[in-house]
Design a protein around this ligand. Structure first.
Ligand code: DAH
Length: 342
């Protein structure tokens, strides 16, 4: 046997033995360098091919390459086995049962009040109303005086309104946004203004010191009560469905003349009378009316030329109706258990 052949067989044997006995991935990598690296033992044998006779060279070269492939393959196989073993070991140490259902990530949802507001917005946007906002801390002028509500009006009673220092107050309704909008924009006007309002009410199932309203204001030339009626009937239909029945009832608000309240036939008892509608068969939805000329005067609109209607509705009340919720306090206490139903 030629020296070359002997050498290559010997290197192969040795490599097989050492690979089989390698204790870890690092040892294996060291072996790869030792045998197959640039100055590795097998590499060196291959380089020495030049010194064998030309006749033997093809056969010996072939054999040497087989050895190189075999050792390389062995190294790869051992590496694979070691990695598998390490994974198995880790899995068993952490006792992971991969067949158990995973933990779902917490996912929030939109608060029912905001869902309701989004629907109200959508209905009025579809009729061409735009969004307006105003501050929650107001003054007497915007919350009352400009809305034709003089100082001796019962709504200004300290028992109803939260007064702050410096003559400021927490707005008791969203109607001051009407005033601020008209002060800053010339007619025509077509806005809705949703937001939080505050009253010194003791909370119970239907009262909360904090609740939410959507104000609406439409001003143009020749606006008639029929426009108001059509708009609000259309709103009720889009909000509650075609089968909804609404009625307009004469009422009083200082900032509208004439004024009305709009009720819808109780969605729970269909008018026969139940505890939700207080046996009346009707549920109050909103207040509305034709904008009082004194309000136009207060904001600098010419009451001889401009006409309009306004309305204000409680978002909490509508949300409760739509979702069959019987206590307003549930909406404002951040009870995740309750909210996760929506
Ligand atoms: N601001 C009234 C309230 O809080 C609701 C209201 C009634 C608003 C009539 C209006 C309106 O714009 O025209 O009770």
């Amino acid at each position: 046997m030629s020296d070359f052949l002997q050498k290559i067989e010997q290197v192969e044997q040795e490599a097989r033995g050492r690979i089989a006995g390698a204790g870890g991935l690092e040892a294996l990598e060291a072996l790869r360098l030792e045998y197959l690296g640039r100055k590795g033992k097998i590499t060196r044998v291959l380089h020495s091919l030049g010194s064998v006779s030309a006749g033997e060279r093809p056969a010996l070269g072939k054999r040497a390459n087989q050895v190189k492939e075999a050792v390389s393959g062995l190294l790869d196989r051992r590496r694979g086995e070691m990695e598998q073993a390490r994974l198995r070991d880790e899995l068993s140490r952490h006792k992971v049962d991969v067949t158990l259902p995973g933990e779902r990530p917490w996912s929030g949802s939109i608060h029912p009040l905001n869902q309701t507001l989004a629907r109200i917005n959508e209905v009025f946007f579809s009729m061409g109303f735009a969004l307006a906002v105003g501050p929650e801390v107001e003054d007497d002028f915007h919350n009352f005086d400009a809305l034709n509500t003089p100082a001796d009006h019962p709504a200004r009673d300290e028992h109803d309104t939260f007064y702050l220092e410096g003559g400021l107050l927490l707005r008791s309704h969203t109607s001051p946004v009407q005033v601020r909008y008209m002060q800053n924009n010339p007619p025509p006007v077509r806005i809705i203004a949703p937001g939080r309002v505050f009253r010194r009410d003791t909370s119970d199932a239907s009262h909360s010191p904090v609740f939410h309203q959507v104000e609406g204001l439409y001003v143009d030339e020749h606006v008639a009560f029929g426009d108001l009626k059509y708009t609000l009937e259309q709103f009720a239909r889009l909000m509650f469905g075609d089968e909804v029945r609404v009625r307009f009832r004469p009422s009083f608000f200082p900032f509208t003349e004439p004024s009305a309240e709009v009720d819808c036939l109780c969605v729970f008892c269909k008018g026969s009378g139940c505890s939700v509608c207080g046996q009346s068969g009707w549920i109050e939805l909103l207040g509305c009316g034709m904008v009082h000329p004194n309000v136009f005067e207060a904001v600098g609109y010419d009451p001889e030329r401009w006409t309009g209607f306004a309305f204000g509705m409680g978002i909490d009340r509508i949300c409760m109706l739509l979702n069959d919720i019987n206590d307003i306090r549930l909406l404002l206490e951040s009870d995740v258990e309750f909210l996760s139903q929506f």
